[in-house]
Design a protein around this ligand. Structure first.
Ligand SMILES: [Zn+2]
Length: 439
């Protein structure tokens, strides 16, 4: 059996036509979803509001409150799912938290890491997680000595452009075709910064395209006031058009694999906010740097189980991406995989996820501190409890009604010792995080 995890980074369920959005952003996924054997989970939730905690949960099967990998200066010390799989595993992404460029430990289980399109034939410096000495040694010994050294120099001085998702799709196709049994994670960043919108979409106008060239990624991370709403509307046009392109890439990926022997999970690690009102406070949210609102946590989850594997999941019930780890293990053991279960999310404050931005905002205490979420059903309704600053609130995600909650009901799992301090960020990592708006 092969394992394929496709993460459409930063794609909110609510911006996908598959989940009822009025714009046709995901036409291919809608068609694929009608096939026998494809399950569309309606109430899937991300384990965290940004890439690091969310992927950590998917790769370890631990809730965010258990791993607490909220901070890029920390590193996972336990093996991930990809370490444990007994066949070759690869990751294809520009996302620095998963590619190993930021040393989070999330890439440690991959035998192959494809993270940037390189200008020359030769070794890939990005697969060395900042170990320059080893790279130089290997480059000098390699077949394409000059190409390898030049690739290293281009990476060192950050001379490589933005690698678009089609490159990763192509490399995945080459790689998977040359392996008998495999595991792969492809994280598509097309919607993360909306650099690659499908301009043929009728909702994309000149103003949006002009904005795309002017607005810096990092400006989309803050809480915003009503005056910024216009910009966020334009940015959302681009975002929607980028999702449309991501939908095409997912089609190319899924159509290239043998579905009878591949577990395919298409999801997103978190959503993205474009001026939605916070559920608890009188502010609007932008980006995915703060908050635990539904626009950030309600994500798509579309699964195709291989022949002979059946799930007993109720696709309308709450499901958590944290169970990806268990779903893979169960499927390999020919058991009954399930995404349904206790659905939780958690995160550190902005002081951990983006300390530079937090400090530049004057270190606001209300944007720091860990926050934990637990969902449950109440009849047809989905209720979200949030523990934040010692207080518990409940929100009915359908009606947006807020009430007081009880922290004992949340029963937060205790942290396990799974991280250690990581090395300082390399220059390349710093540059790439800047590109992505994380610094
Ligand atoms: Zn992400």
């Amino acid at each position: 059996m092969n394992v394929l995890l496709v993460v459409m980074d930063s794609v909110s369920a609510k911006n996908m036509s598959l989940y009822g959005y009025e714009r046709e952003t995901t036409p291919w996924l809608e068609t694929w979803a009608t096939n026998d054997g494809v399950t569309v989970y309606e109430e899937a939730r991300a384990p965290g509001r940004w890439s690091l905690p969310s992927h950590a949960s998917m790769f370890t099967g631990l809730h965010a409150s258990e791993h607490r990998l909220f901070d890029r200066t920390q590193r996972l010390t336990i093996p991930t799912l990809w370490d444990e799989l007994e066949f070759p595993c690869a990751v294809f992404t520009k996302n620095s938290y998963i590619s190993g460029l930021v040393d989070t430990g999330l890439s440690a289980g991959f035998d192959t890491i494809v993270t940037k399109e390189l200008p020359f034939d030769g070794l890939d410096p990005y697969s060395y997680s900042g170990n320059t000495e080893k790279y130089l040694k290997d480059a000098l010994r390699s077949e394409n000595k000059i190409g390898s050294l030049l690739n290293g120099a281009f990476a060192k001085f950050n001379l490589l452009g933005w690698t678009t998702d089609d490159y990763y799709v192509e490399r995945f196709n080459e790689w998977s075709n040359t392996h008998e049994e495999w595991g792969a994670c492809i994280n598509l960043m097309g919607a993360h910064v909306s650099h690659n919108a499908d301009r043929s979409c009728d909702w994309v106008d000149e103003e949006s395209i002009d904005l795309q060239t002017r607005v810096d990624a990092s400006s989309r991370w803050e809480l915003i006031d009503d005056g910024d709403i216009h910009i966020f509307d334009e940015l959302e046009n681009l975002y929607d058009a980028s999702i449309r392109k991501v939908d095409k890439r997912v089609k190319e990926i899924v159509e290239s694999v043998d579905l009878s022997e591949t577990l395919v999970v298409v999801t997103s690690d978190h959503g993205h906010a474009f001026g939605e009102k916070s559920e608890f406070r009188d502010v609007r949210l932008g980006g995915h740097g703060v908050g635990m609102s539904e626009t950030l946590l309600h994500v798509p989850l579309i699964v195709s189980y291989p022949d002979g594997i059946e799930t007993s999941d109720d696709p309308t019930a709450l499901s958590s991406l944290t169970y990806f780890y268990d779903v893979v293990s169960e499927s390999l053991q020919k058991g009954t995989p399930a995404f349904n279960g206790v659905t939780r999310a958690g995160d550190g404050g902005m002081n951990k996820s983006n300390p530079e931005l937090w400090e530049s905002l004057g270190s606001p205490p209300e944007l720091s501190g860990d926050v934990f979420v637990r969902y449950h059903h109440d009849g047809e309704d989905v209720i979200k409890s949030i523990l934040w600053d010692g207080e518990v609130f409940e929100v009915n995600v359908r009606t947006n009604e807020v009430s007081e909650g009880n922290s004992e009901d949340m029963n937060i799992p205790k942290p396990k010792t799974v991280t250690s301090d990581s090395e300082e960020l390399s220059d390349e990592a710093r540059e790439q995080l800047k590109d992505l708006g994380y610094i």
